[in-house]
Design a protein around this ligand. Structure first.
Ligand code: SF4
Length: 300
Protein backbone atom coordinates (compact mmCIF):
# COMPACT_ATOMS: atom_id res chain seq x y z
CA UNK A 1 0.00 0.00 0.00
CA UNK A 2 2.79 2.37 0.98
CA UNK A 3 4.71 1.38 -2.19
CA UNK A 4 1.67 2.18 -4.37
CA UNK A 5 1.27 5.61 -2.78
CA UNK A 6 4.94 6.38 -3.38
CA UNK A 7 4.67 5.24 -7.02
CA UNK A 8 1.59 7.41 -7.53
CA UNK A 9 3.42 10.43 -6.07
CA UNK A 10 6.42 9.81 -8.31
CA UNK A 11 4.41 9.88 -11.50
CA UNK A 12 1.97 12.66 -10.56
CA UNK A 13 4.06 15.28 -12.38
CA UNK A 14 6.80 13.46 -14.27
CA UNK A 15 9.94 15.49 -15.00
CA UNK A 16 11.68 13.79 -17.94
CA UNK A 17 14.99 15.68 -18.01
CA UNK A 18 16.84 17.54 -15.30
CA UNK A 19 20.20 19.24 -15.75
CA UNK A 20 22.46 20.94 -13.26
CA UNK A 21 24.71 23.79 -14.33
CA UNK A 22 28.42 22.80 -14.28
CA UNK A 23 29.24 26.06 -12.51
CA UNK A 24 26.51 25.78 -9.90
CA UNK A 25 27.77 26.37 -6.37
CA UNK A 26 30.99 27.55 -4.75
CA UNK A 27 33.47 29.55 -6.76
CA UNK A 28 37.18 29.01 -6.13
CA UNK A 29 37.48 31.82 -3.54
CA UNK A 30 34.41 30.81 -1.52
CA UNK A 31 35.39 27.12 -1.54
CA UNK A 32 38.84 28.07 -0.27
CA UNK A 33 37.41 30.25 2.53
CA UNK A 34 34.90 27.59 3.59
CA UNK A 35 37.55 24.85 3.56
CA UNK A 36 39.83 27.02 5.73
CA UNK A 37 36.97 27.75 8.16
CA UNK A 38 35.74 24.15 8.51
CA UNK A 39 39.32 22.97 8.82
CA UNK A 40 39.84 25.31 11.79
CA UNK A 41 36.46 24.27 13.20
CA UNK A 42 37.73 20.69 13.36
CA UNK A 43 40.87 21.69 15.28
CA UNK A 44 39.98 24.71 17.44
CA UNK A 45 36.76 24.32 19.27
CA UNK A 46 36.74 27.61 21.16
CA UNK A 47 37.33 31.24 20.43
CA UNK A 48 37.03 30.98 16.64
CA UNK A 49 35.17 33.84 14.99
CA UNK A 50 34.64 35.14 11.48
CA UNK A 51 34.72 38.87 10.83
CA UNK A 52 31.21 39.16 9.39
CA UNK A 53 29.34 36.12 8.03
CA UNK A 54 31.86 34.03 6.07
CA UNK A 55 29.26 33.39 3.37
CA UNK A 56 25.70 34.45 2.51
CA UNK A 57 24.13 31.07 3.09
CA UNK A 58 22.04 30.43 6.22
CA UNK A 59 22.50 26.63 6.12
CA UNK A 60 26.31 26.89 6.10
CA UNK A 61 26.24 29.55 8.82
CA UNK A 62 24.08 27.23 10.93
CA UNK A 63 26.55 24.33 10.43
CA UNK A 64 29.36 26.59 11.60
CA UNK A 65 27.31 27.78 14.56
CA UNK A 66 26.83 24.16 15.64
CA UNK A 67 30.61 23.79 15.52
CA UNK A 68 30.96 26.85 17.75
CA UNK A 69 32.04 29.35 15.08
CA UNK A 70 30.23 32.68 15.12
CA UNK A 71 30.36 35.88 13.09
CA UNK A 72 31.29 39.10 14.86
CA UNK A 73 31.56 42.71 13.71
CA UNK A 74 34.63 44.96 14.17
CA UNK A 75 32.94 46.65 17.16
CA UNK A 76 32.53 43.32 18.99
CA UNK A 77 36.23 42.42 18.90
CA UNK A 78 37.16 44.05 22.23
CA UNK A 79 34.45 42.21 24.15
CA UNK A 80 35.29 38.66 23.02
CA UNK A 81 37.93 36.15 23.99
CA UNK A 82 39.30 35.49 20.54
CA UNK A 83 41.77 32.78 19.58
CA UNK A 84 41.33 32.86 15.80
CA UNK A 85 39.68 35.53 13.68
CA UNK A 86 38.93 34.64 10.06
CA UNK A 87 38.71 37.29 7.34
CA UNK A 88 36.16 36.50 4.62
CA UNK A 89 36.62 36.45 0.83
CA UNK A 90 35.83 40.15 0.17
CA UNK A 91 38.79 41.30 2.24
CA UNK A 92 38.82 44.19 4.71
CA UNK A 93 40.24 47.74 4.81
CA UNK A 94 43.97 47.99 5.58
CA UNK A 95 43.38 50.04 8.75
CA UNK A 96 41.15 47.30 10.16
CA UNK A 97 43.63 44.63 9.11
CA UNK A 98 46.43 46.45 10.94
CA UNK A 99 44.23 46.87 14.01
CA UNK A 100 43.22 43.23 14.31
CA UNK A 101 46.78 42.07 13.54
CA UNK A 102 47.85 43.82 16.75
CA UNK A 103 44.96 42.28 18.71
CA UNK A 104 46.95 39.44 20.30
CA UNK A 105 45.07 36.64 18.52
CA UNK A 106 45.68 34.71 15.29
CA UNK A 107 44.34 36.35 12.13
CA UNK A 108 43.48 33.90 9.38
CA UNK A 109 43.17 35.68 6.08
CA UNK A 110 40.65 33.92 3.80
CA UNK A 111 40.47 36.88 1.41
CA UNK A 112 40.12 35.50 -2.11
CA UNK A 113 43.53 35.62 -3.86
CA UNK A 114 41.91 37.50 -6.77
CA UNK A 115 40.75 40.23 -4.37
CA UNK A 116 44.22 40.29 -2.79
CA UNK A 117 45.71 40.85 -6.22
CA UNK A 118 43.37 43.82 -6.79
CA UNK A 119 44.43 45.25 -3.40
CA UNK A 120 48.06 44.84 -4.42
CA UNK A 121 47.47 46.69 -7.72
CA UNK A 122 45.69 49.53 -5.90
CA UNK A 123 48.74 49.96 -3.67
CA UNK A 124 51.16 49.70 -6.59
CA UNK A 125 49.30 52.34 -8.62
CA UNK A 126 49.24 54.71 -5.67
CA UNK A 127 52.99 54.22 -5.05
CA UNK A 128 53.72 54.96 -8.70
CA UNK A 129 51.87 58.27 -8.62
CA UNK A 130 48.61 57.26 -10.30
CA UNK A 131 45.23 58.45 -9.15
CA UNK A 132 43.41 55.19 -8.52
CA UNK A 133 39.96 54.78 -10.06
CA UNK A 134 37.94 51.80 -8.88
CA UNK A 135 35.07 50.61 -11.02
CA UNK A 136 32.57 49.12 -8.58
CA UNK A 137 29.90 49.59 -5.95
CA UNK A 138 31.10 52.00 -3.24
CA UNK A 139 28.97 50.23 -0.59
CA UNK A 140 30.41 46.78 -1.28
CA UNK A 141 32.89 45.46 1.34
CA UNK A 142 35.39 44.46 -1.37
CA UNK A 143 35.46 48.05 -2.72
CA UNK A 144 35.81 49.50 0.78
CA UNK A 145 38.85 47.27 1.22
CA UNK A 146 40.33 48.31 -2.15
CA UNK A 147 39.83 52.00 -1.36
CA UNK A 148 41.99 51.70 1.74
CA UNK A 149 45.00 50.76 -0.41
CA UNK A 150 44.38 53.35 -3.10
CA UNK A 151 45.31 56.70 -1.56
CA UNK A 152 43.30 59.76 -0.63
CA UNK A 153 42.43 60.87 -4.16
CA UNK A 154 40.81 57.51 -5.01
CA UNK A 155 37.61 57.66 -7.07
CA UNK A 156 34.96 54.95 -7.12
CA UNK A 157 32.93 55.04 -10.31
CA UNK A 158 30.27 53.21 -12.24
CA UNK A 159 29.70 53.41 -15.98
CA UNK A 160 27.49 56.53 -15.61
CA UNK A 161 29.60 58.51 -13.11
CA UNK A 162 30.37 62.12 -14.14
CA UNK A 163 34.18 61.57 -13.69
CA UNK A 164 34.75 65.03 -12.23
CA UNK A 165 38.08 65.47 -10.45
CA UNK A 166 40.11 63.12 -12.65
CA UNK A 167 43.82 63.80 -12.75
CA UNK A 168 45.91 63.40 -15.90
CA UNK A 169 47.58 60.14 -14.73
CA UNK A 170 45.03 57.52 -13.83
CA UNK A 171 45.20 53.84 -12.84
CA UNK A 172 42.08 51.69 -13.03
CA UNK A 173 41.22 48.58 -11.06
CA UNK A 174 37.88 46.77 -11.04
CA UNK A 175 35.71 45.15 -8.37
CA UNK A 176 36.06 41.45 -9.21
CA UNK A 177 32.37 40.86 -9.95
CA UNK A 178 31.86 43.75 -12.42
CA UNK A 179 30.93 42.93 -16.03
CA UNK A 180 33.61 43.58 -18.66
CA UNK A 181 31.15 45.78 -20.64
CA UNK A 182 31.13 48.26 -17.75
CA UNK A 183 34.94 48.41 -17.82
CA UNK A 184 34.95 49.07 -21.57
CA UNK A 185 32.46 51.95 -21.19
CA UNK A 186 34.28 53.57 -18.27
CA UNK A 187 37.66 53.17 -19.95
CA UNK A 188 36.54 54.85 -23.18
CA UNK A 189 35.23 57.83 -21.20
CA UNK A 190 38.35 58.10 -19.03
CA UNK A 191 40.68 58.00 -22.05
CA UNK A 192 38.97 61.13 -23.42
CA UNK A 193 39.75 63.03 -20.22
CA UNK A 194 43.32 62.00 -19.33
CA UNK A 195 46.89 61.85 -20.67
CA UNK A 196 47.99 58.54 -19.17
CA UNK A 197 45.87 55.52 -18.22
CA UNK A 198 47.00 52.21 -16.77
CA UNK A 199 44.42 49.43 -16.45
CA UNK A 200 44.53 46.30 -14.34
CA UNK A 201 41.64 44.12 -15.38
CA UNK A 202 40.88 42.52 -12.02
CA UNK A 203 37.53 41.07 -13.07
CA UNK A 204 37.05 37.45 -11.98
CA UNK A 205 35.24 35.62 -14.77
CA UNK A 206 33.59 33.13 -12.41
CA UNK A 207 30.47 35.31 -12.06
CA UNK A 208 30.20 36.08 -15.79
CA UNK A 209 30.57 32.40 -16.76
CA UNK A 210 27.95 31.34 -14.22
CA UNK A 211 25.50 33.93 -15.56
CA UNK A 212 26.19 32.90 -19.16
CA UNK A 213 25.68 29.21 -18.43
CA UNK A 214 22.48 29.91 -16.48
CA UNK A 215 21.12 32.02 -19.34
CA UNK A 216 21.85 29.28 -21.88
CA UNK A 217 20.17 26.72 -19.64
CA UNK A 218 17.14 28.89 -18.89
CA UNK A 219 16.54 29.50 -22.61
CA UNK A 220 16.02 25.74 -23.07
CA UNK A 221 14.23 24.92 -19.78
CA UNK A 222 10.56 24.95 -18.83
CA UNK A 223 11.37 25.32 -15.13
CA UNK A 224 14.49 26.71 -13.43
CA UNK A 225 15.30 25.90 -9.82
CA UNK A 226 17.84 28.34 -8.38
CA UNK A 227 19.42 27.19 -5.11
CA UNK A 228 20.99 29.55 -2.59
CA UNK A 229 20.51 31.95 0.29
CA UNK A 230 17.78 34.53 -0.10
CA UNK A 231 20.35 36.99 1.24
CA UNK A 232 22.85 36.02 -1.47
CA UNK A 233 23.05 38.79 -4.07
CA UNK A 234 24.53 36.59 -6.78
CA UNK A 235 21.90 33.84 -6.29
CA UNK A 236 19.13 36.44 -6.52
CA UNK A 237 20.80 37.78 -9.67
CA UNK A 238 20.62 34.28 -11.22
CA UNK A 239 16.92 33.95 -10.32
CA UNK A 240 16.15 37.39 -11.75
CA UNK A 241 18.01 36.52 -14.93
CA UNK A 242 15.84 33.42 -15.39
CA UNK A 243 12.63 35.31 -14.61
CA UNK A 244 13.65 37.96 -17.13
CA UNK A 245 13.65 35.20 -19.77
CA UNK A 246 10.05 34.34 -18.79
CA UNK A 247 10.97 30.89 -17.46
CA UNK A 248 9.05 29.54 -14.47
CA UNK A 249 11.68 30.13 -11.78
CA UNK A 250 11.88 29.07 -8.15
CA UNK A 251 14.56 30.45 -5.83
CA UNK A 252 14.91 28.05 -2.92
CA UNK A 253 17.33 27.59 -0.06
CA UNK A 254 16.72 23.89 0.59
CA UNK A 255 15.15 20.85 -1.09
CA UNK A 256 12.32 20.83 1.46
CA UNK A 257 10.76 23.83 -0.31
CA UNK A 258 10.23 21.93 -3.58
CA UNK A 259 6.59 21.37 -4.59
CA UNK A 260 5.31 18.72 -6.99
CA UNK A 261 3.07 21.09 -8.89
CA UNK A 262 6.02 23.24 -9.99
CA UNK A 263 6.87 20.60 -12.57
CA UNK A 264 3.38 20.12 -14.03
CA UNK A 265 3.73 19.91 -17.81
CA UNK A 266 7.49 20.58 -17.67
CA UNK A 267 9.77 18.65 -20.03
CA UNK A 268 13.09 20.20 -19.02
CA UNK A 269 14.18 21.38 -15.62
CA UNK A 270 17.40 23.31 -15.05
CA UNK A 271 19.14 23.61 -11.71
CA UNK A 272 21.64 26.30 -10.92
CA UNK A 273 23.08 27.77 -7.74
CA UNK A 274 24.91 30.84 -6.50
CA UNK A 275 28.60 31.05 -5.59
CA UNK A 276 27.74 30.66 -1.90
CA UNK A 277 25.69 27.46 -2.22
CA UNK A 278 27.41 24.28 -0.99
CA UNK A 279 27.33 21.09 -3.08
CA UNK A 280 25.37 19.15 -0.49
CA UNK A 281 22.39 21.49 -0.84
CA UNK A 282 22.47 21.14 -4.65
CA UNK A 283 22.69 17.35 -4.41
CA UNK A 284 19.68 17.27 -2.06
CA UNK A 285 17.69 19.33 -4.57
CA UNK A 286 18.64 16.98 -7.42
CA UNK A 287 17.66 14.00 -5.31
CA UNK A 288 14.32 15.51 -4.34
CA UNK A 289 13.42 16.22 -7.97
CA UNK A 290 14.62 12.77 -9.03
CA UNK A 291 12.47 11.19 -6.34
CA UNK A 292 9.51 13.00 -7.84
CA UNK A 293 10.08 11.41 -11.23
CA UNK A 294 12.94 13.49 -12.65
CA UNK A 295 15.71 11.90 -14.70
CA UNK A 296 19.25 13.26 -14.50
CA UNK A 297 21.04 13.71 -17.84
CA UNK A 298 24.18 15.30 -16.53
CA UNK A 299 24.47 15.20 -12.79
CA UNK A 300 26.32 17.76 -10.74
S1 SF4 B 1 33.79 35.37 -7.39
FE1 SF4 B 1 35.94 35.29 -8.03
S2 SF4 B 1 36.92 36.93 -6.87
FE2 SF4 B 1 34.97 36.54 -5.86
S3 SF4 B 1 35.46 35.05 -4.26
FE3 SF4 B 1 34.82 33.89 -6.07
S4 SF4 B 1 36.75 33.40 -7.13
FE4 SF4 B 1 37.17 35.07 -5.70
Amino acid sequence: MKKDAAKKKKTAHPVPVMRTAKRAGFCFGVKRAIDITFDIAEKDKRGVFTLGPIIHNPQVIEKLRLKGIFAIGPDDIGGKKIKDLIIRTHGIPKQLYDKISAGGFRVIDATCPFVKKAQHYAKLLKENGYQVVILGDIDHPEVKGLMSYAGEDVMVVNEHSPLEGLRSKVGIIVQTTQPVEALKKVLSRIIERTKEVKVYNTICNSTALRLKETEEMARKADVMVVVGGRNSANTTQLANLCRGLSVRTYHIETASEIRDEWFAGAKKVGITAGASTPDWLIIEVEKRIRDRGGETRNGH
